[in-house]
Design a protein around this ligand. Sequence first.
Ligand SMILES: *Cc1c(COP(=O)(O)O)cnc(C)c1O
Length: 476
Amino acid sequence: MENYNMEKLNFERPIIRKINTGISNKFGMKTEFEPIKHIDNVGVKGLAAEYGSPVFVLSEKTMRRTFNDAKRAFDTRYPKVQFSWSYKTNYLNAVCNVFHSEGSWAEVVSRFEYDKAIANGVPGNKIIFNGPDKTDDDLNTAIKNDSFIHIDHFDELYKLIELAPKHHKKPKVAIRVNMDTGIYPMWDRFGFNYENGEAWEAISKIIISNKLEFTGLHTHIGTFILSASAYAIAASKLAELAVRIKLKFHKDISYIDMGGGFASSNTLKGSYLMGIDTSPSFDDYAEAITTALINSDIDPDNMPLLILETGRALIDDAGSLIGSVVANKKLSDGRKATIMDFGVNLLFTSFWYDHKITPAQDFSHHSETTTLYGPLCMNIDQIRESISLPPLKRGDLVVVSKVGAYNMTQWMQFIMMRPKVVLIDKKGEVHIIRHNETREFVESLEEVPLHLKKAKDVNGNKHKHNGKPVEIDSKN
Ligand SMILES: *Cc1c(COP(=O)(O)O)cnc(C)c1O
């Protein structure tokens, strides 16, 4: 046991561990057993002291580096590439603006996100409007702003044909296509199906209507897709549609949008191999998609713009959650459990991922298996069912890595309020990009009807409801 700072040693109860023979450790568990004391050279302890625990920390450096990795992978393989930031993956404005400053357009799936993109200064003609629920007002706004409207179903298609003439211009539309790429279950609830001819029918109806400008083809085959070849299949099918459009309507489409869905290097629950070893790289995805397009029969002089709506793979690695230990306890069957100050309220992705969780201070080389729970009063609030960690005591800090995607949009205000989010910029300066919620903030949307307010006002007068004084609970 090492003890450099001469403090009293913490008692660690002796444990008996079965020695595993064989190759149980071939993935270098060592990385999990080096403390993470810094994020981009900023001390974790200091971050927690200044901004509280838990706190989300985003690295601008990692975001930009990851984006440029992805961009390079595609730019070196295809002549015209455009990224479009998927707002729902993380729509904190600071995050969106990092990607916009790198040249990304905005990809939105609701009016809320659409208005956010406009407020972030994204020109209307650089916004892609996806999603199954666009109101007439949403469609009119998108038409006015020259945004790309990705049609999800026939009702939306007919609605657009109806709305278009009032605008004296042709709304720019694409269709979302779903298809069999060998990934199951198929996401066939969005868009028009390729195999049964529905997509072709939608395309023909749009072009023949002569009221809409058919700009492109879109697909989004799913999320955390571990097979690059699924994208090759998807790209070939969209390319076939493009070729068929050229044959029948003598029209070149302007873009093919391959959606998002690239995996990050997180480890999926129950997977034997670590994510870092199994997730395809940007180069793998880029190779699959661009090869399929280049090998297709699309006119080489009129290759469509290739749009990518990558979300998760661009932001996951850039996010960390610093949290601390609330308590250790023993479950009825003798297993160890550790309660943390963050739970599934902040880490929605712990339903899918075995997050990498690392102590932020020095520790002994002993480790034991524990279950990590969050602080919520509900049974499903479990961060890791079983994780091997050195003994941690109340107040010890941990860093949960790769939490940048979806957690800051799917988090819930249940029992606890949401904590601060900070961004470390390229110079190592720390900026609050979202304040922690307060009771006043949460309650600012509430109204209490008069008869449910306290029975007496500040002057001691009784409130009346239906002519009778309001009764109050004496405990109030
Ligand atoms: C969610 C979504 C994305 C981003 O998906 P990731 O898995 O985060 O890359 C892209 N396009 C559409 C239409 C989406 O719904």
